[in-house]
Design a protein around this ligand. Structure first.
Ligand SMILES: C[S@@+](CC[C@H](N)C(=O)[O-])C[C@H]1O[C@@H](n2cnc3c(N)ncnc32)[C@H](O)[C@@H]1O
Length: 247
Protein backbone atom coordinates (compact mmCIF):
# COMPACT_ATOMS: atom_id res chain seq x y z
CA UNK A 1 0.00 0.00 0.00
CA UNK A 2 1.38 3.46 -0.91
CA UNK A 3 1.94 6.18 1.71
CA UNK A 4 -0.98 8.21 0.25
CA UNK A 5 -3.29 5.20 0.44
CA UNK A 6 -2.31 4.61 4.09
CA UNK A 7 -2.98 8.29 4.92
CA UNK A 8 -6.36 8.04 3.19
CA UNK A 9 -7.32 4.84 5.06
CA UNK A 10 -6.20 6.27 8.36
CA UNK A 11 -8.28 9.45 8.00
CA UNK A 12 -11.33 7.47 6.86
CA UNK A 13 -11.08 5.40 10.03
CA UNK A 14 -10.63 8.49 12.18
CA UNK A 15 -13.53 10.62 10.88
CA UNK A 16 -16.14 9.17 13.28
CA UNK A 17 -14.04 10.13 16.31
CA UNK A 18 -12.26 13.18 14.85
CA UNK A 19 -14.48 16.01 16.10
CA UNK A 20 -14.44 14.81 19.72
CA UNK A 21 -10.67 14.27 19.73
CA UNK A 22 -9.18 16.91 17.43
CA UNK A 23 -9.25 19.72 20.00
CA UNK A 24 -6.04 21.32 18.80
CA UNK A 25 -7.12 21.21 15.16
CA UNK A 26 -10.41 22.85 16.19
CA UNK A 27 -8.52 25.70 17.87
CA UNK A 28 -6.27 25.99 14.81
CA UNK A 29 -9.28 26.36 12.50
CA UNK A 30 -10.74 29.08 14.74
CA UNK A 31 -7.36 30.88 14.86
CA UNK A 32 -6.95 30.73 11.08
CA UNK A 33 -10.35 32.35 10.45
CA UNK A 34 -9.72 34.97 13.13
CA UNK A 35 -6.35 35.88 11.62
CA UNK A 36 -7.70 35.93 8.08
CA UNK A 37 -10.48 38.31 9.10
CA UNK A 38 -8.00 40.52 10.96
CA UNK A 39 -6.36 41.25 7.58
CA UNK A 40 -9.20 40.70 5.12
CA UNK A 41 -12.26 41.94 7.01
CA UNK A 42 -13.42 44.07 4.09
CA UNK A 43 -12.19 41.80 1.31
CA UNK A 44 -14.39 40.16 -1.31
CA UNK A 45 -14.24 36.50 -0.24
CA UNK A 46 -17.00 34.95 -2.31
CA UNK A 47 -15.16 32.30 -4.37
CA UNK A 48 -13.38 30.02 -1.94
CA UNK A 49 -11.42 26.77 -2.29
CA UNK A 50 -10.63 24.65 0.77
CA UNK A 51 -8.35 21.64 0.57
CA UNK A 52 -8.31 18.91 3.23
CA UNK A 53 -11.74 19.78 4.68
CA UNK A 54 -12.00 16.53 6.67
CA UNK A 55 -15.05 16.68 8.94
CA UNK A 56 -15.51 20.36 8.07
CA UNK A 57 -14.36 22.05 11.27
CA UNK A 58 -12.91 24.93 9.27
CA UNK A 59 -15.64 24.77 6.61
CA UNK A 60 -18.38 25.30 9.17
CA UNK A 61 -16.63 28.39 10.54
CA UNK A 62 -16.14 29.79 7.04
CA UNK A 63 -19.80 29.34 6.21
CA UNK A 64 -20.68 31.24 9.40
CA UNK A 65 -18.16 34.05 9.01
CA UNK A 66 -17.42 34.62 5.29
CA UNK A 67 -19.72 35.92 2.52
CA UNK A 68 -19.18 32.79 0.42
CA UNK A 69 -21.13 32.36 -2.81
CA UNK A 70 -19.16 29.51 -4.39
CA UNK A 71 -17.40 26.99 -2.17
CA UNK A 72 -15.12 24.38 -3.73
CA UNK A 73 -14.17 21.58 -1.33
CA UNK A 74 -11.39 19.02 -1.75
CA UNK A 75 -10.36 16.05 0.37
CA UNK A 76 -8.59 12.76 -0.23
CA UNK A 77 -10.84 10.72 2.03
CA UNK A 78 -13.80 12.69 3.44
CA UNK A 79 -17.43 12.24 2.38
CA UNK A 80 -19.57 15.30 1.51
CA UNK A 81 -20.53 17.43 4.51
CA UNK A 82 -24.21 17.28 5.53
CA UNK A 83 -24.16 20.98 6.40
CA UNK A 84 -22.65 22.03 3.05
CA UNK A 85 -24.79 20.29 0.39
CA UNK A 86 -24.43 23.27 -1.95
CA UNK A 87 -20.63 23.03 -2.15
CA UNK A 88 -18.78 21.95 -5.29
CA UNK A 89 -17.01 18.76 -4.14
CA UNK A 90 -13.75 17.90 -5.87
CA UNK A 91 -12.52 14.70 -4.24
CA UNK A 92 -9.02 13.32 -4.70
CA UNK A 93 -5.35 13.99 -4.08
CA UNK A 94 -4.78 17.75 -4.10
CA UNK A 95 -1.30 17.16 -5.54
CA UNK A 96 -2.81 16.10 -8.87
CA UNK A 97 -6.23 17.80 -8.79
CA UNK A 98 -7.13 20.48 -11.37
CA UNK A 99 -7.92 23.69 -9.49
CA UNK A 100 -10.71 26.17 -10.27
CA UNK A 101 -9.37 29.59 -11.40
CA UNK A 102 -9.94 33.17 -10.14
CA UNK A 103 -10.40 32.31 -6.49
CA UNK A 104 -10.79 35.00 -3.84
CA UNK A 105 -9.40 32.70 -1.16
CA UNK A 106 -7.56 29.40 -0.89
CA UNK A 107 -7.60 28.03 2.62
CA UNK A 108 -6.41 24.88 4.36
CA UNK A 109 -5.92 23.80 7.95
CA UNK A 110 -3.90 20.87 9.32
CA UNK A 111 -3.38 19.25 5.92
CA UNK A 112 -0.25 20.54 4.16
CA UNK A 113 2.00 18.45 6.42
CA UNK A 114 0.80 15.36 4.50
CA UNK A 115 1.94 16.72 1.15
CA UNK A 116 5.17 15.34 -0.33
CA UNK A 117 5.87 18.47 -2.42
CA UNK A 118 4.52 21.47 -0.47
CA UNK A 119 6.44 23.92 -2.68
CA UNK A 120 4.75 22.58 -5.82
CA UNK A 121 1.35 22.63 -4.12
CA UNK A 122 1.68 26.18 -2.76
CA UNK A 123 2.74 27.37 -6.22
CA UNK A 124 -0.34 25.79 -7.84
CA UNK A 125 -2.69 27.04 -5.10
CA UNK A 126 -1.29 30.56 -5.48
CA UNK A 127 -1.74 30.46 -9.26
CA UNK A 128 -5.44 29.70 -8.78
CA UNK A 129 -5.96 32.89 -6.72
CA UNK A 130 -7.06 36.08 -8.51
CA UNK A 131 -4.94 39.26 -8.16
CA UNK A 132 -5.76 40.80 -4.79
CA UNK A 133 -6.92 37.42 -3.43
CA UNK A 134 -5.83 35.56 -0.31
CA UNK A 135 -4.09 32.43 0.97
CA UNK A 136 -4.67 31.20 4.55
CA UNK A 137 -2.64 28.14 5.41
CA UNK A 138 -1.96 26.24 8.59
CA UNK A 139 0.24 23.15 9.02
CA UNK A 140 2.63 21.86 11.66
CA UNK A 141 6.23 22.83 12.35
CA UNK A 142 9.43 20.76 12.63
CA UNK A 143 8.99 20.37 16.40
CA UNK A 144 5.53 18.83 16.07
CA UNK A 145 5.00 15.76 18.30
CA UNK A 146 8.57 15.96 19.72
CA UNK A 147 7.77 13.05 22.03
CA UNK A 148 7.19 10.75 19.05
CA UNK A 149 10.24 12.14 17.25
CA UNK A 150 12.42 11.43 20.30
CA UNK A 151 11.18 7.86 20.42
CA UNK A 152 12.17 7.40 16.76
CA UNK A 153 8.65 7.18 15.26
CA UNK A 154 8.78 6.63 11.50
CA UNK A 155 5.13 7.65 11.15
CA UNK A 156 5.59 11.43 11.12
CA UNK A 157 3.95 13.51 8.41
CA UNK A 158 6.48 14.18 5.62
CA UNK A 159 6.33 18.00 5.45
CA UNK A 160 6.61 19.60 8.87
CA UNK A 161 7.36 23.22 7.91
CA UNK A 162 8.05 26.18 10.16
CA UNK A 163 6.06 29.34 9.51
CA UNK A 164 9.18 30.92 7.95
CA UNK A 165 9.75 27.90 5.71
CA UNK A 166 6.14 28.04 4.53
CA UNK A 167 6.43 31.77 3.88
CA UNK A 168 9.58 31.14 1.83
CA UNK A 169 7.53 28.98 -0.51
CA UNK A 170 5.26 31.88 -1.50
CA UNK A 171 5.82 32.83 -5.16
CA UNK A 172 6.94 36.35 -6.03
CA UNK A 173 4.11 38.87 -6.13
CA UNK A 174 2.70 37.67 -2.82
CA UNK A 175 2.83 39.70 0.41
CA UNK A 176 3.00 37.94 3.72
CA UNK A 177 0.47 39.56 6.07
CA UNK A 178 1.17 37.39 9.07
CA UNK A 179 2.87 34.15 10.00
CA UNK A 180 3.57 32.42 13.27
CA UNK A 181 3.66 29.26 15.29
CA UNK A 182 3.12 28.10 18.84
CA UNK A 183 3.25 24.90 20.85
CA UNK A 184 0.33 23.30 22.61
CA UNK A 185 0.50 20.17 24.78
CA UNK A 186 -2.36 17.82 25.52
CA UNK A 187 -2.04 15.57 28.58
CA UNK A 188 -3.02 11.91 28.71
CA UNK A 189 -3.25 9.30 31.46
CA UNK A 190 -1.05 6.80 29.61
CA UNK A 191 0.98 6.41 26.41
CA UNK A 192 -1.77 4.08 25.17
CA UNK A 193 -4.16 7.01 25.44
CA UNK A 194 -1.73 9.01 23.30
CA UNK A 195 -1.86 6.27 20.67
CA UNK A 196 -5.66 6.18 20.86
CA UNK A 197 -5.74 9.97 20.38
CA UNK A 198 -3.53 9.66 17.29
CA UNK A 199 -5.79 6.96 15.87
CA UNK A 200 -8.98 8.90 16.69
CA UNK A 201 -7.65 11.97 14.87
CA UNK A 202 -6.49 9.88 11.89
CA UNK A 203 -2.88 10.97 12.05
CA UNK A 204 -1.14 7.61 12.38
CA UNK A 205 -1.45 6.76 8.70
CA UNK A 206 2.25 6.76 7.91
CA UNK A 207 2.95 3.79 10.18
CA UNK A 208 4.36 1.25 7.75
CA UNK A 209 3.65 -1.95 9.70
CA UNK A 210 1.45 -3.09 12.58
CA UNK A 211 3.13 -3.17 15.99
CA UNK A 212 3.82 -6.35 17.92
CA UNK A 213 2.92 -6.59 21.60
CA UNK A 214 6.61 -6.14 22.35
CA UNK A 215 6.78 -2.92 20.25
CA UNK A 216 3.79 -1.54 22.13
CA UNK A 217 5.19 -2.38 25.57
CA UNK A 218 8.58 -0.87 24.68
CA UNK A 219 6.94 2.31 23.35
CA UNK A 220 4.80 2.75 26.49
CA UNK A 221 7.74 2.08 28.79
CA UNK A 222 10.00 4.62 27.01
CA UNK A 223 7.26 7.24 26.73
CA UNK A 224 6.57 7.04 30.46
CA UNK A 225 10.26 7.01 31.36
CA UNK A 226 11.11 10.07 29.26
CA UNK A 227 8.00 12.20 29.45
CA UNK A 228 5.90 10.99 32.40
CA UNK A 229 5.14 13.67 34.99
CA UNK A 230 2.88 13.18 37.99
CA UNK A 231 1.24 10.16 36.41
CA UNK A 232 0.44 11.93 33.11
CA UNK A 233 2.13 12.09 29.71
CA UNK A 234 2.09 14.99 27.20
CA UNK A 235 1.74 15.10 23.44
CA UNK A 236 2.89 18.42 22.01
CA UNK A 237 1.49 19.99 18.85
CA UNK A 238 3.28 22.76 16.95
CA UNK A 239 0.83 24.55 14.65
CA UNK A 240 2.39 26.97 12.11
CA UNK A 241 0.37 29.31 9.90
CA UNK A 242 0.46 32.13 7.40
CA UNK A 243 -1.90 34.65 5.86
CA UNK A 244 -0.77 36.12 2.52
CA UNK A 245 -2.16 38.31 -0.25
CA UNK A 246 -1.54 38.30 -4.00
CA UNK A 247 -0.56 41.62 -5.60
C1 LIG B 1 -6.11 16.54 10.10
S1 LIG B 1 -7.37 16.55 8.89
C2 LIG B 1 -7.80 18.28 8.93
C3 LIG B 1 -9.26 18.45 8.63
C4 LIG B 1 -9.77 19.89 8.75
N1 LIG B 1 -9.11 20.78 7.79
C5 LIG B 1 -9.62 20.45 10.15
O1 LIG B 1 -9.03 21.52 10.29
O2 LIG B 1 -10.10 19.81 11.09
C6 LIG B 1 -6.43 16.44 7.37
C7 LIG B 1 -7.31 16.18 6.15
O3 LIG B 1 -6.50 16.30 4.98
C8 LIG B 1 -6.88 15.29 4.07
N2 LIG B 1 -5.74 15.04 3.19
C9 LIG B 1 -4.55 14.48 3.50
N3 LIG B 1 -3.78 14.39 2.40
C10 LIG B 1 -4.51 14.92 1.37
C11 LIG B 1 -4.26 15.09 -0.02
N4 LIG B 1 -3.10 14.70 -0.58
N5 LIG B 1 -5.22 15.65 -0.80
C12 LIG B 1 -6.41 16.05 -0.24
N6 LIG B 1 -6.71 15.90 1.08
C13 LIG B 1 -5.76 15.33 1.87
C14 LIG B 1 -7.25 14.10 4.93
O4 LIG B 1 -8.11 13.18 4.25
C15 LIG B 1 -7.93 14.79 6.13
O5 LIG B 1 -9.32 14.89 5.93
Amino acid sequence: MTAAARVQRSFRRGFATYDDSALVQKAIARGLIRRLLRHAADARLTRVFETGYGTGQLTRLMLQRLPIETLHLNDLAAPPLPFAPQADYRPGDIETLALPPDLDLVISASMIQWIADPQGLIKRLCEAVRPGGWLALSGFGPDHFPELQTLGSQAAAPSLLSAAAMANLLPSGWTLQESGSRTRSLCFATPREVLRHLRDTGVNGRASRPWTRRDLDAFCHEYNARFGQSGRVPLTYQPAWLIARKA
